[in-house]
Write a protein that binds this ligand. Structure first.
Ligand code: GDP
Length: 310
């Protein structure tokens, strides 16, 4: 299935809900007026975009309507889609040319991806899908089962490793996550793996604990893989809306997040959360998940996303 179709299908819920609201507004007005703009603003707020973002979008739209003398609702629809596309896309990244098509900087062999996020958001599933995606590009992938807090976490990750055709290093429940990462690095070097993906503990313990654990893992990586390209991806559950945003803010205070994975986007009618996140945190969305299947992780494409949404 083509990328665009897949994201469209995955976002069916989002699109229908928001699309229905917009269709109703655009078909019930013959000419653009303040009332129409108010209704559009309300629809944007309901999409979980955030009140301020919605107000700013409508302010920009109003300026364009006046400056370009837009009269037809259809012209307004096109202009609104453009504003939202630009908003999701943001500024081009300074190091864009060093990044792969999926937006990650994984030039060194091996390179390393740390994956963080609260239990239940879809972290394990996302790691499995990401491993599969990298495998499909011909990369050798090593998983490190760094969530040693729950035996089930390593168990589940092993199943995904097998599905994706990735190697995995896991230790006993309760063992030191940094030592799992150490062993995974040694194994990856010995086997010539291209990418190591490290799961980390997902319990929402206090910030200083989380920081200490991640710092310890970081020290191991610095020592064993000096100069390696490293990404730290935060997985968020899109169905939790503005709560996902709060979680992201909290993680960002403790960890240097380089990208976001927005999971369960198929399960929400409020895709505007992508815009809220883009606006509030200066962290790019790298992937979206639109289902539980192994192929349901998609590199985030701002333009296709905005088109599929609106
Ligand atoms: P973790 O605790 O963060 O590791 O979360 P899991 O990866 O175990 O996922 C929790 C639940 O969410 C599982 O039942 C997954 O199948 C489901 N899940 C994960 N990602 C998605 C997604 O993109 N769409 C849907 N519909 N379900 C998902």
């Amino acid at each position: 299935m083509a990328f665009f179709e897949k994201i469209r299908n995955g976002l069916r819920k989002t699109r229908n809900k928001i699309g229905d609201m917009f269709s109703a507004i655009f078909s019930s007005f013959r000419e653009v007026d303040e009332e129409m703009l108010d209704e559009l603003e309300e629809a944007l707020i309901l999409s979980d975009m955030g009140t301020e973002a919605a107000q700013d979008v409508i302010a920009e739209l109003r300026r364009d309507v006046q400056a370009d003398r837009l009269r037809e609702p259809e012209q307004v629809r096109e202009r609104l889609t453009q504003i939202l596309t630009d908003l999701v896309r943001g500024e081009p990244e300074a190091d864009a040319d060093e990044r792969s098509a999926m937006g990650l900087k994984l030039g060194t062999v091996p390179s390393i991806i740390l994956v963080v996020g609260v239990n239940g958001v879809g972290k394990t599933t996302s790691i499995g899908k990401l491993a599969n995606l990298l495998r499909s590009e011909g990369k050798r992938v090593m998983l490190a089962a760094g969530d040693t807090f729950r035996a089930a976490a390593a168990e589940q990750l092993s199943i995904w490793a097998e599905r994706a055709g990735a190697d995995i290093v896991r230790h006993e429940e309760g063992s030191d996550p940094a030592s799992v990462v150490y062993d995974a690095i040694q194994a990856a070097k010995a086997r010539g793996c291209d990418v190591i993906i490290c799961d980390t503990a997902g319990r929402l313990h206090n910030k200083s604990n989380l920081m200490r654990e991640l710092e310890k893992i970081s020290r191991v990586i610095d020592r064993e893989l000096p100069g390696a390209d490293r990404e730290t991806l935060l997985v968020l559950d899109a169905t939790t809306g503005q709560n996902a945003l709060l979680q992201a803010k909290s993680f960002k205070e403790s960890v240097d997040i380089t990208g976001l994975v927005l999971a369960k986007l198929d399960g929400t009618a409020k895709g505007g959360i992508v815009i809220a996140i883009k606006r509030e945190l200066d962290v790019p969305v790298r992937f979206v998940c639109v289902g539980e299947g192994i192929d349901d992780l998609l590199p985030f494409d701002p333009e296709d996303f905005a088109k599929a949404l609106f």
